[in-house]
Structure formats: structure tokens, C-alpha cells
Design a protein around this ligand. Sequence first.
Ligand code: FIX
Ligand code: ZN
Length: 417
Amino acid sequence: MAAIKDTEKLETTVRKAVAEAAVTDIHTHLFPPSHEGLLLWGVDELLTYHYLVAELFTMAPRDLTPEKFWKLSKREQADLVWEHVFVNHGALSEAARGVMTTLTKLGFDVSARDLEPIRKWFDEQDVEDYLNKVFDTAGIDYAVMTNDPFKSEEVTHWQADRPAGDKLRTALRIDPLLVDWSAAVETMSAQGYDVALRPDAGTYAQARKFLSDWADRLEPLYMAASLPPGFAYPSDQPAADAMLNAVLPVARERNLPVAMMIGVRKQVNPALGDAGDSVGIADVTAVQNLCAENPDVKFLVTMLSRVNQHELCVCARKFGNLHIFGCWWYCNNPSIIDEMTRMRLELLGANFTANHSDARVLDQLIYKWDHTKRIVADVLADKYRLQFDAGWRPTEDEINRDVRGLFGGMFEQFLAK
Ligand code: FIX
Ligand code: ZN
């Protein structure tokens, strides 16, 4: 294919490449429709997304307490979010705009501000057909779930061998093993593994068997854990011991990457439920040490604090067994996505995964990727123009290749390494 020789064609080619790039969403909280009751979808779930619940309680009258809120029906909760966050306070947050984008792209007139016809439409949808509609609208080839063998409500569906379908892949989520050892021991014991509160070689062998057995059942793309800002490695923390003696050996043996999502201050306001988690500046040297000491293990890392992003990017320049991904959670906002994507391109080239949705509600895939692609297209248009001014002349195929890389291609290459 011929090299592009003018800046106008260059920009249109870049924007077209982003608009048409298939997206692989490498971290979500979606579930198969066959795992009944776990998959969230529809306008009332969109409106009660924990991001919006947090915003509600920054705006609602004092007498609306979380205790009262959680006793209401989902529809009544959604009505309160609609009233206070959208109608009374202007709905300018990213999470609020996301609801609008999703509903507009589904063909609704949100300017009418009438939830009833929208609710009626959703009540008429078949979840399997709707899942395919959402994936097609968002341009997603497949999404990776968060599959937690420590959650009984999930375990029953896997033990019943209920199918995941062809648009969802698995990830083995292992937080308790690293951050709540006593809870992990309780669950592993209940599932028949001979483990003790005071871990010894035998207990870690059983923990490795637990991980391997679940990896056999789920066939995950990676193992994953969310870690607190204080996670340190090496250290005398139980998390470091479990990482060294349970997680890393299984990762090595199965060539199964370890995804670490670092920097969550869990439950700073427990009354808010999932909305109660906050952020803290973490220690990138834990990532650096793990990558340096385990060159035969692959690490996928995203960090929650904006402050950590530059150091994590430099760390990714040092280790071929590290792949950084996403503008996670409190970073998944236009101003920060723009900053992070520019910095990553400048330090890493097109060798990172630009974003993941973290979608908890199926319909969010539509807005999370529409918003991300708008920003990434602007950033790439700038970067390709700078490259052009420096004398390079890319082809359309090369631009399509690099753009796909940012939306899942480089993730798949990293998995195949
Ligand atoms: O640990 C995680 O996977 C986090 O992404 C979630 O716990 C968090 O609630 C979330 O969904 C953020 O977007
Ligand atoms: Zn998540």
C-alpha cells in the first residue's frame, strides 16, 4: 500500500482507523447471560452504576441516607439519581455523560428527559440479542470478564458448566489470596483444599492446586488482583508471601500472565458499597522488582493514581515482560485519558493497551468506548502529524496495524509471547 503523502489524508486515515478498529475489552465485570442474575443491563442499572451512586450522595439532601437508599427498589434508586445528578445538578460528570451517550446511541431522545419509554423498551429486550447489539454498536470483538472463585454466587454457575458464549473470555480473579488470607483459607477449605491459616509449604501447595484447578475450569487469559497502595514486593507482607509461593509458580508453570491493578483504598466509606472505594499513590518499585526477579513471568499492570502513571510508563520501558493497560476507574476521564495516552505514546510508542472499560453494566460498553475513541483519535492525529513533519510517511495498513495494537492487538501479542 502506498505511503501517505499529505497531511489531510493522513488525518482522515488516522481517524477512520480509530473509528473502525475492533476493540478487545481486556477488563470488565460482565457475566454471561447464562449466569443468571449476575449480568447487569438496562437503564436503571446504568443509572445506579456505583460511580453515579457516589455522585448522588455528594448532591442529595442530608435526609437521604445510604441506609434508606439501599432499601429502595432499583427503579426508585434510579429515579433519585436521575432527579439529583441529572435534572437538579446538570449531569456534567463523565459517568452522567456516559448514560446519555449510551441511550442516544441506542436511538433514544435523552433531551426529552423521560425515562418511561426507555424503560418500556428495555423491558421488551432479550438479553442474548441485546448483548450482541451492544457489542456490535461498541465495535468489540470480545470482552474479558472478572471471574472470582472466592465468590459463591459465581462458583455455582461454573460448577454447573453454564456457557460463557463467544463474546466473553475469562480472567481468574484472586484478590483474597493476596489481600485477605483468612477469607481465602476459608473459601479454599470449603472447596476441599487442605490449607491452614498459618501458611506452610503444604498450604501453599494446596493454594497452587486451587489456582490450577480453577485455571483448568475457566481457561483464563490471565490471573488478576486488585492491590492496595501499600503493596510492597519483596516484603514481609502476607501478600508478598502468597505472590511468591502461590501465584508466581502457577503463572510460570502455565505461562499465565499476572494482572495487578494497584492503588485502591478499599471501603473508605463502607455505607456506599462498591462506591465506597478510593485511591492512593502506590509503589511502582513493587512492579519493577516483580518484573526484574521473574523475567519468565508476564505482568499486566494498571495503576489507579494519576500520580503513578509516569513512573509506571518508564518501568514498562525497562521490562519486556510488562504490559501496561487502561486508564483505570478514576483515570477513565477525558482529561486524564488524553494525558496518559500522549505520555504512553511518547515513552512506549504504540505498545500498550489504551484502555479497558471496567464495565459493570453491559450497556456501558457503548459509551466507554465511544468516549475513549474520541480522545485517542485526537491524540493519534497529533502524533502522526508530528511524525509526518519529522519526515516519516506511514501507509494506511501501518496506521491500521498500530491503532488495532492500542485497542487489543498488543495485548494479544503479549499473551502469545
Ligand atoms: O478491582 C476492580 O476490578 C475495580 O475495577 C472495581 O472494583 C471497581 O469497582 C470498578 O468497577 C472500577 O471501575
Ligand atoms: Zn474492575
